[in-house]
Design a binder for this molecule. Sequence first.
Ligand code: GLU
Length: 504
Amino acid sequence: MDKLNQTAEIIRVRFAPSPTGYIHVGNARTALFNWLFARQKGGVFVLRVEDTDIERSREEYERNLIQDLRWLGLDWDEGPDVGGNYGPYRQSERLELYHKYAKQLLDEGKAYYCFCSPEELEKEREAALAEGRMPVYSGKCRNIPRKEAEKRRAAGEPAAIRLKVPDEGIVEFDDLVRGHVEFDLKLIGDPIIVRSNGMPAYNYAVVIDDALMNITHVVRGEDHVSNTPRQILLYRALGWQPPVFAHLSMVMGKDNTRLSKRHGATSVDQFRREGILAEALCNYLAFLGWSPPEGHEVLRLEELVRLFDLSRVSRSAAIFDYEKLHWLNRQHIKMLPAEKKLELALPYLQETGLVGTEVTPAQMDWLKKAIEILIEGVDKFSELPQKFSLLFDFEPEKLDEEAREIIGSELAKKVLAAFIQKTAGLQEFNYEIFARITGEIKKETGVKGKDLYHPLRVALTARASGLELDKFIPLVEEGARLNFPKSILSCLVRLNRIKTSLNL
Ligand code: GLU
């Protein structure tokens, strides 16, 4: 039967993060693929928090990961915060279940107590490595009679529980992404299922949970492929049917090493703070291992749900391309209504002090117009304050070389002197006035094109390049009347400053 289109049962998938840090792109992609698959197939998406590593798990991380997933636009049908019929959804609240099945495995002789100390195990491991053998647990405690083991435990000796694994044979499974996978049992020692501190090991808890939560498809990172045979052996020992597995390739940087801080932002939280849109990030994450049918690139979540195809996910490593993400972000920004752009941009402008905490309706209105114009070509919202400096900063004393060159020629000085003379005494300035005066200068002096407009651009913006003046002048003129914490200078004030600075 086509495993992707099973109709007999409802597809149930899960995302099972450990709350030990911020959610990074690899995990976010795993969450997204599970979610897309569930939503597309009318299935159920479960969030399960795997917090059995008591030393590293923190509630704060759980809160953050829930917040990050919600920000991405993913929702779950069952989870620690929303409940569901298969709860609890936090592993630390399911310890009784793990103990119940561990006892069953012990009673059936499929598991045993292991009294080996960490030091002993480490010695065994080192010896194996020194002899060039795979470090596989020797099975030393396998044959300790149950009664004797219970006695030693009762006397306070710490003991882990291990699953008995057959010495020979293979474990195999058909991975939806990687195809047929086989593991030689000789290379798999008896895995610990419950640690001596009573906490379940990952491989064990995950099987109990996936089985009891009726998970039909396990979609997760490739770093778990080598865990899968152990999990399948546990399913077998418990007499349960394993789910279908799909292991997603690792996410790498462009230099083919695992994506890390060296490459740039890696956590969802960092991307959010930089001003990457959730929809753009999801759009990009979907492309890590999957490519949409030709002609589709800028995709909203609902379009991804429609087009996504788990069976077409590639097994080769996914390369994280920041430029592509930024390009997609620009496309998604363009699609936002002006109101939304303003809402998202405001915190960045406030943080840099360009805009105060109290914003008047007139300022809002102006900001909306300015953002519409300045956002063009901006990769992410965090770059916007820098763009706004074009309007807020005017420093004719600090012209760059190109601007100084433009303004330094005799011809430029002639144009500027004429322009300043014609604007002297004006109370008001706008683009129409600018166009009329430049028209007059052109007629009177014969100067035109670059020679005419470039010096004027430098005079009004103190920069060699930037916005078209028909956009710049109205923005600056209106902005100058709006009492921002850092005031915007009007064009006439700018011309005055240029006049002084150039001694015209
Ligand atoms: N808690 C595991 C992780 O975060 C889950 C792995 C799995 O999906 O089985 O890597």
